[in-house]
Design a protein around this ligand. Sequence first.
Ligand SMILES: Cc1cc2nc3c(=O)[nH]c(=O)nc-3n(C[C@H](O)[C@H](O)[C@H](O)COP(=O)(O)OP(=O)(O)OC[C@H]3O[C@@H](n4cnc5c(N)ncnc54)[C@H](O)[C@@H]3O)c2cc1C
Length: 447
Amino acid sequence: MLDLVIVGGQARGIVVRNIVTGEIERHEAHAVVLATGGYGNVFFLSTNAMASNVSASYRAYKRGALFANPCFTQIHPTCIPVHGDYQSKLTLMSESLRNDGRVWVPKNPGDNRPPSQIPEPERDYYLEKKYPSFGNLVPRDVASRNAKEQCDANKGVGETKLAVYLDFADAIKRDGRAVIEKKYGNLFQMYEKITAQNPYETPMMIYPAVHYTMGGLWVDYNLMSTIPGLFVLGEANFSDHGANRLGASALMQGLADGYFVIPYTIGGYLAGTSFPEVGADHVAFRDTAKEAEARLDKLLAIKGKRTVDDFHRALGLIMWDYCGMSRNNEGLAKARKMIQELRAEFWENVLVPGVNEEFNQSLERAGRVADFFEFGELMVIDALARQESCGGHFNEAYQTEEGEAKRDDANFCHVAAWEYAGDGKSPEFCKEPLVFENVHLTQRSYK
Ligand SMILES: Cc1cc2nc3c(=O)[nH]c(=O)nc-3n(C[C@H](O)[C@H](O)[C@H](O)COP(=O)(O)OP(=O)(O)OC[C@H]3O[C@@H](n4cnc5c(N)ncnc54)[C@H](O)[C@@H]3O)c2cc1C
């Protein structure tokens, strides 16, 4: 999908590029349902599928749908660490491993000995020590930030020093290898295939990675966005993700959205709305298709020197360094400028080989990366506006004495929804207050 078509204020169809032939197609409808997933790949490296992207949501945003909480990103603590510049994806090791694995780093910064040579008293089981009641099972954001903290203190392990150990030696001693193999055999095998290390004999190495994005297009309880007739489901919307990430699952949300909500709410919309006759030859479809074609032509005509992936990797690094696991105002302001500069270079110097009328993955990716460039700035704007630490957003200026996230409920107990205001202009901020009737907000504690 390249764009959303709006007629008379209603979402009435989409424009797509046939990825095999390059043909630009128009599809008219009475309503549009987007279920196009999350945008974790704005960071280039993530656990997401390579094709995951923000384009469908971002195009809808540029057509007037509000984008909510874009800066909220979930970083998963249990991934195989980055191992080189040519890597394009990160592998998630299941969360379940933290049930039996013990997380540790050497007590002494810069200790380069292999794990087997580091005796027990010289190991720091930092999660167990800091959070005695939850130990290795603290929530993902807490486990991730603590791993980063250890690596920042020069206690990281492995070649890059951006990893911590996840050790099964005690669990194997306690339950026997057969029990551990029954529980995690497939994961251990996958780990060994990727890293050439045997986790039955030596601790796994893990590091946090971008995994899930809690922001998305704003929707009401009927899953309709601020554009009448545009419905958004699953990770692509902003809804329910607190529940999804902390207590339930994305599968549950997918099922709820797809089976139980949309069949009724879209019916309600269709029944209660009048629809003028609109075909794919309508001027709005023609104009939207023309704009999409012009954008593709522009990308192909640049014929610059840097590949799409090269730009994407550079953008991802900016996002990871300044709008990742922990953020600060200075870094965010710097990132915004860096994104703008890199985006300008992208439109002058990107190399998209081939033509439109063929299977052309570089062209597909170029369109997505162009959207990531604009969207990345929106994430930074949102992060800068939220002067507190909350959920998937940790601003270093707002933490407790013990380094935990410190919310500011008096000023930020709201959804931040952003409205597109035109190219080169800062988006408009719209606030949806969060009202709690049955529960009281408290500070989280996993001690
Ligand atoms: C490795 C991994 C492990 C996970 N494990 C868990 C877990 O254990 N529990 C849990 O709750 N969650 C888990 N998640 C999260 C969960 O899988 C996702 O949140 C969920 O799959 C999102 O579903 P979705 O249908 O909203 O989007 P997706 O499954 O991402 O589907 C979106 C689809 O839209 C397509 N698309 C995107 N843009 C366009 C476009 N412009 N035009 C046409 N098509 C487009 C994509 O190609 C894709 O097919 C995991 C995620 C990953 C990456």
